[in-house]
Every structure is written in structure tokens, then in C-alpha cells.
Design a protein around this ligand. Structure first.
Ligand SMILES: [Zn+2]
Length: 101
């Protein structure tokens, strides 16, 4: 695994990701988006930056998620929705949605 910068709407994080995760989340562009990566174990993160605090923190942002298993379209299930939040100001660093088709 390699340490990569993962971009979010409210900041960014550095985490160790596999080649497969990187390929899946970058969609052919050089940037990797946290919202495409989805949920990673907290121990994969080394640090994160919060735009609201304009500050970098060690470790992982707080990860809050739920599993609604809710049908959102034809044969499409919202399996998980989650948020990465700053541990200091609680602002959202990134949101993600996982669907099962
Ligand atoms: Zn913050």
C-alpha cells in the first residue's frame, strides 16, 4: 500500500491505499477523491487537513456512517452512507455513498 492524498469537499486526508482502491477512486484523473474511496479503516489514515480549521491534524478524521439498505431506484439499494468529519470542529471533510446494483 502507498500513502496517497485523498481529496474531500471540506479538506483532504492522507491514507494508505492499495493500487486497486486507487484505480477505482481516481476514475482516470490524477486526483483521488475520498468520496469515491468510501470507508477506510481509521488506522489507514496518517493525517488530515480541515478547511474550516485551516489546520492539519494527525490521525484520521472521525468516520460516521449508517447502513440504510434503502431502495433508491430500480434494483438500486443505498447500502451505506457515511461522512468523514473533523474531530475538532465537526465540519464535513467528505461524504460518500455506497450503492449495490
Ligand atoms: Zn475542523
Amino acid at each position: 500500500m502507498e500513502e496517497k492524498k485523498l481529496l474531500g469537499s471540506g479538506g483532504y486526508a492522507f491514507a494508505k491505499v492499495t493500487k486497486q482502491e486507487e484505480a477505482k477512486a481516481s476514475l482516470g484523473v490524477p486526483q483521488i477523491f475520498l468520496s469515491n474511496i468510501g470507508r477506510l479503516n481509521e488506522d489507514r489514515f496518517t493525517k488530515y487537513y480541515c478547511n474550516n480549521c485551516t489546520k492539519q491534524y494527525p490521525g484520521s478524521p472521525a468516520i460516521v456512517y449508517e447502513n440504510p439498505n434503502e431502495e433508491v431506484g430500480q434494483d438500486m439499494i443505498l447500502v451505506e452512507k457515511g461522512e468523514y468529519r473533523c474531530r475538532t470542529c465537526n465540519d464535513i471533510i467528505a461524504l460518500y455513498r455506497k450503492f449495490n446494483k
